[in-house]
Write a protein that binds this ligand. Structure first.
Ligand SMILES: Cc1ncc(COP(=O)(O)O)c(C=O)c1O
Length: 226
């Protein structure tokens, strides 16, 4: 979200007296471009709660998060809600994270993984450029951080329908439609570059491009060049 959008959102929250929950697990995974301040850091009225999770930077299995809450009254309510939902986050994983931070610190680790993900993002973009059919109206993002690319296929292609055919080739993605509240985004998908090696990313995109090519031919959409 751009700085302007963040400022505007805060403005609306002020005007309408709303709280903002800033779900921010990827903010520290920026590996290019200019850093943008969190909405939490722009807020002067205690109306933003920001979330950070260790799941994206230390280990996905930790299920351990940190809430940044400036408003103490709100904190009390949140603690009660948390207790009502699961009593308490595992103490074992809390100790693991605390020990890691104490012994190694987070900054060095973050610096290291940012570089790893930058390389993997570049590998995925290079593979898409190499294998995806050209001139078929396919586009993808060039994210400045995080773990994902957003791919848009031509209208008429349904990534949910295509999914089993990708799975047959042992490639999976998140069906884009899941990210929309209004049933839109049927021709989109989210690709993750976090887990696989650069070589696997290349092979995975090669296979996915084959599936897309077949889908385009079957649906007779796009101009199949390249
Ligand atoms: C945007 C966003 N927020 C929160 C989470 C939850 O992380 P956790 O593993 O700590 O529950 C995820 C993980 O998938 C995420 O993508």
């Amino acid at each position: 979200m751009s700085r302007e959008k963040r400022e505007r959102l805060l403005e609306i929250a002020r005007r309408e007296d709303l709280l903002i929950f800033e779900d921010n697990p990827y903010g520290q995974l920026r590996f290019s471009g200019e850093p943008i301040p969190s909405i939490y850091s722009m807020d002067t009225e205690g109306r933003v709660i920001m979330l950070f999770t260790f799941s994206k930077v230390l280990s996905a299995g930790m299920r351990l998060a940190v809430l940044f809450v400036a408003n103490e009254d709100l904190m009390e309510v949140l603690v009660r809600m948390k207790q009502a939902s699961d009593l308490c986050t595992s103490k074992l994983t809390q100790h693991m994270a605390a020990r890691y931070i104490k012994e190694y610190g987070m900054e060095g680790h973050l610096k290291e993984i940012r570089e790893v993900y930058r390389i993997k993002r570049n590998a995925m973009i290079a593979a898409l450029e190499k294998y995806m059919p050209r001139d078929a109206g396919i586009s993808w993002t060039h994210p400045e951080g995080g773990l994902f690319l957003w791919v848009r296929l031509p209208e008429g292609i349904d990534t949910e329908e295509m999914f089993p055919r990708a799975l047959e080739r042992k490639v999976a993605y998140v069906i884009g439609n899941a990210f929309f509240v209004d049933g839109d985004g049927k021709n989109t998908m989210r690709l993750s570059f976090s887990l696989n090696t650069v070589e696997e990313i290349d092979e995975g995109i090669r296979r996915l491009a084959e599936v897309v090519r077949e889908e385009l031919a079957a649906k007779q959409v796009g101009n199949l060049v390249g």
